[in-house]
Design a protein around this ligand. Structure first.
Ligand code: FES
Ligand code: FES
Length: 150
């Protein structure tokens, strides 16, 4: 199976129905993408597929052939944190941090599409991401801060 992940072509010896999340974590050791619910309901496993936030736990690898997959490891460039990553740190928008990679992926996708979202647009765009520590207000603030950094 040929995949393009974080700008690199990868050849994986896995069945076509293998969840993308499993391929990323176990075959490519990209463990920043997290396993939460395993059924597309929490957003912990979110990655960008052609720029669209996509739950990798319910996406077979065969669905992403010839498409651009970006994981949390591919968000920073040349060791420099992305504005969203900097803003999450600046606003302390995490507690345990388990939801954070998926949150950042969804936030990056939002700001790429809409660089100055309103608070309600942020809340709507982040609906598929669950934070069990309930730091939602900080996450919204971080996304607002990131939108000013860009
Ligand atoms: S682990 Fe994929 S959406 Fe929850
Ligand atoms: S910071 Fe703990 S789940 Fe969000």
């Amino acid at each position: 199976m040929e995949l393009k992940v974080n700008g690199k072509n990868q050849s994986l010896d896995v069945p076509a129905h293998t969840p993308l999340l499993q391929a990323l974590r176990e075959s490519l050791q990209l463990t920043g993408t997290k396993y939460g619910c395993g059924e597309g309901a929490c957003g912990a496993c979110m990655v960008l597929v052609d720029g669209t936030p996509t739950p990798s736990c319910i996406t077979p690898v065969s669905n992403v052939r010839n498409r651009e997959v970006i994981t949390i490891e591919g968000i920073s460039v040349n060791g420099k944190l992305h504005a969203v990553q900097k803003a999450f740190l600046a606003e302390e928008a995490l507690q345990c941090g388990y939801c954070t990679p998926g949150m950042i992926i969804s936030a990056v996708a939002l700001l790429n599409k809409n660089p100055e979202p309103t608070e309600s647009q942020i809340k709507e765009a982040m609906q598929r991401n669950v934070c069990r520590c309930c730091v939602y207000p900080y996450i919204v603030k971080a996304i607002q801060t990131a939108s000013k950094m860009k």
